[in-house]
Design a protein around this ligand. Structure first.
Ligand code: PLP
Length: 394
């Protein structure tokens, strides 16, 4: 079989490898505490499931989604949510586009914006899709290092001038996966200025905008002056409403970029199941106490894990947002060695930071979406096993 070079050059999707390791451990009969992939263990709220059931009984939803940018009521719901959540008013006809999940939009955007030889600016560490999609589009990659010392914000002035000249698309992600950092308005202002001066489109991935703690509520870039000319923001219902399997998200912002993405999508997909879009309307416009409750759940898990690890000599900063804990590995381990030691020694599954880029080396990521029920007890169990089996203090 002939397989395209672009695919042969692509490493396996990191979570596919994690799924393999997990299956292997389970086949050996080992009990794993699973801090691997960020897939909410809580169910989708009842009122959203009920809305899907109702919508699925309406035969009109069984047909192709020929709405272009998405069901009008879905786009209106997104615009209303944006207004109440961020104080940003969007035109639902031109500034909102439904996606089949954030991943789909992030990936297809690279094809819509980048020519071969253009440069994509990519945060390191970062969601692997930014890199792979840009590579598939034939673009050159420039990684922007994110470090704890700089609050996990890229230093835009450190990007070489010849790279800036060729750059057409910059991916950013705040609240940040995998580090849990948030960005303030001042950084957004500088990034927009940089993008405007250099004719670059910013794609801000906000998949975790609603998972925040201690009152640290993330803002939208579109609140800043001049943002609409330069920015699109990508959202997902996956983490906000525990809807990962439903595959629904949206992009908002610059109409020209959204039109390009819509044109590309119309050639490769046929929209999203209309019943799911109706259920998404119920999610965005219905009671939001489920989101508040979910934040509380992750916050408690975060605190149990961080306090537990500190108690055994592993000091880890508290993330302000997301469902991830970004833990510096103790001296003497690489990320991969630490993840392997946790897995084989203690039956604790965490992702090596190096899976998110070379600047992720020196970290492991714990997802607070612990599978298998009674997550708080499972986290305590993980800490106990780590204490017994893994050297964590320096
Ligand atoms: N962006 C980031 C940073 C993510 O971590 C993920 C999923 O884990 C996504 C986007 C994809 O979200 P969706 O389920 O909407 O495709």
């Amino acid at each position: 079989m002939h397989i395209a070079d672009r695919l042969l050059k692509t490493p396996p999707y990191p979570f596919a490898e994690l799924a393999r390791l997990k299956a292997e451990a389970r086949a050996e009969g080992r009990d794993l505490v699973d801090f691997g992939i960020g897939d909410p263990d809580q169910p989708t709220p009842d009122h959203i499931v009920a809305a899907l059931c109702d919508a699925a009984r309406d035969p009109i939803t069984h047909q192709y989604d020929e709405t272009g940018k998405g069901l009008p009521e879905f786009r209106q719901a997104v615009a209303s949510w944006y207004q109440s959540r961020f104080g940003v008013s969007l035109n639902p006809d031109t500034e909102v586009l439904r996606l089949i999940g954030a991943k789909e939009g992030i990936a297809h955007l690279a094809w819509a914006i980048l020519n071969p030889g253009d440069v994509a600016l990519i945060p390191d560490p970062g969601y692997p899709v930014y890199k792979v999609a840009s590579m598939f589009a034939g673009a050159d990659l420039h990684f922007m290092p994110l470090s704890e010392a700089s609050g996990y914000l890229p230093d835009l002035s450190a990007i070489p001038a010849d790279i800036v000249r060729r750059a057409k698309l910059m991916y950013l992600c705040y609240p940040n996966m995998p580090t849990g950092a948030v960005a303030e308005a001042e950084f957004f202002r500088r990034a927009i200025e940089f993008a405007a001066a250099n004719d670059i489109l910013i794609c801000l991935d906000m998949a975790y905008s609603e998972l925040y703690y201690d009152g640290c509520r993330p803002q939208s870039m579109l609140q800043a002056d001049g943002a609409r000319e330069r920015v699109i923001e990508i959202h997902s219902l996956s983490k906000t409403y525990n809807m990962t399997g439903w595959r629904i998200g949206f992009a908002v912002g610059n109409p020209e970029a959204l039109n390009a993405l819509e044109k590309l999508k119309s050639n490769v997909d046929s929209g999203a199941f209309l019943a799911i879009q109706r259920a998404a309307v119920a999610a965005l416009t219905g009671p939001q106490d489920c989101v508040e409750k979910m934040r509380g759940i992750y916050q408690r898990r975060r605190d149990i894990l961080i306090k537990g690890l500190a108690g055994i000599g592993w000091r880890v900063p508290k993330p302000k947002a997301t469902c991830y804990v970004w833990a510096p590995v103790p001296k003497g381990y690489t990320s991969a060695q630490m993840a392997e030691t946790l897995l084989r020694g203690a039956g604790v599954l965490a992702t090596p930071g190096s899976a998110y880029g070379s600047c992720g080396e020196g970290y492991v990521r714990f997802s607070l979406t612990v599978q298998g029920g009674n997550a708080e007890a499972r986290i305590a169990e993980a800490v106990k096993r780590i204490k017994e089996k893994v050297r964590v203090n320096t």
